[in-house]
Design a binder for this molecule. Structure first.
Ligand SMILES: [Zn+2]
Ligand SMILES: [Zn+2]
Length: 367
């Protein structure tokens, strides 16, 4: 190997370089060698050759299974710089993720190469835009220096916009032109850009219209539900205690009577005694809501039918109107059917057993 490295010295170029490359290629292709020292030597030998193409093709080939290069990138970049291998430099820089440097260098070499680099950060559109803007600036400045007529430059710039596949718009590159440029030449490009915006606005307007329509329908539905009435047979059984509505809830069920409504009907046709409904909902909600329901129920049950103000709560609460207390209770228990509403559906996520470890232990499989 040290002998081969000597072949890369300027004094020993020529036949020696060709033979050294032959050996290195043999070691890489036939022996499958992936030693970085050998690959760094390969970079050095290829970069000594007159033709840059072989170096570039080697640089993109010599990668490990995960796409990691087998040579030292920084070493290769330094060599390529020293030996003026500009295309190789561009490739190395963009391999290393330094796209802005790569684009800037590529613009000195070849605009087409710069466009290729600008397309490379595939999953980073803002970066791609930045790179394309740099290329655009270069294209426009180059036209100016080249003494092209203004019309020709503008035509060139507009054609360039199409290459950016929509990443750049006419308004992005306008600032690159001198202030006194005549706008006539841009007419077509500006018109097509405006048309595009118009289309987007139309699309948004359509979406807004359909959203408004849906909201209207929902509002009407809600209004209809509020006004709807259901005919209930007093012999229908309560969903919870199965006793007919006319009979009232079982005495063990909790506070009833007074200003409480005797029963509730839901749009799904489930009927409940209000006491049964309060019990059913209490099993589904948290501790604080359960307490609140209990308080409101007791208060309403203690208020005689026909009274305007609700009975005092332990002598502490202000004298609220019955309707407002009833409304509070209904918000808690009658907003939706406890058998098919959202509250039960949310319960599906809860584990079946949650009453401490004893219960879980009793289900354990002996063994
Ligand atoms: Zn009942
Ligand atoms: Zn229901």
């Amino acid at each position: 190997m040290p002998a081969l490295v000597r072949c890369d010295e300027p004094a020993a170029r020529g036949e020696c370089l060709a033979q050294a490359l032959r050996y290195v290629e043999f070691a890489i292709h036939e022996l499958g060698c992936d030693d970085s020292a050998l690959h760094n030597l390969a970079v050095s030998l290829y970069s000594s050759q007159g033709d840059e193409a072989e170096l570039i093709s080697y640089l993109s080939r010599a990668k490990g299974p995960l796409g990691r290069p087998l040579y030292d990138q920084k070493f290769a970049l330094r060599l390529a710089r020293e030996r003026n291998r500009e295309r190789a430099c561009v490739q190395l820089l963009s391999d290393m993720g330094m796209f802005q440097d790569a684009t800037a260098l590529a613009l000195r070499v070849d605009v087409e190469l710069a466009k290729e680099v600008a397309e490379r950060p595939e999953d980073d559109p803002p970066m791609r835009r930045k790179l394309w803007l740099a290329v655009a600036r270069h294209v426009i400045d180059a036209g100016e220096e080249g003494g092209d007529s203004q019309a020709a430059r503008i035509r060139q710039a507009v054609a360039f916009l199409k290459e950016t596949s929509g990443l750049l718009k006419i308004e992005d590159i306008l600032p690159f032109f001198p202030d006194f440029v005549r706008i006539d030449e841009f007419k077509d490009a500006i018109c097509s850009s405006l048309e595009e915006y118009n289309r987007q606005i139309d699309h948004l307007r359509d979406e807004m219209d359909s959203a408004t329509e849906i909201a209207d329908v929902l509002r009407k539905d809600l209004a209809a539900v509020e006004k709807s009435c259901a005919v209930v047979d007093v012999n229908m059984p309560c969903e919870r205690c199965r006793r007919p509505l006319s009979k009232g809830p079982p005495p063990s069920a909790g506070p009833s009577g007074g200003c409480l409504s005797p029963f509730y009907v839901f749009p799904c046709r489930s009927v409940f005694h209000s006491t049964c409904l309060a019990e059913e909902v209490s099993e589904l909600v948290g501790e604080s809501k359960r307490l609140r329901i209990r308080q409101l129920m007791e208060r309403l049950a203690a208020t005689p039918t026909g009274a305007e103000t609700a009975a005092a709560n332990n002598g502490l609460a202000p004298r609220d109107a019955v309707v407002s207390v009833l409304q509070q209770l209904e918000d808690l228990i009658a907003a939706e059917c406890p058998r098919c509403g959202e509250v039960v559906i949310r319960l599906l996520e809860k584990p079946l057993i949650q009453d401490g470890e004893e219960e879980i232990a009793s289900w354990a499989v002996a063994g």
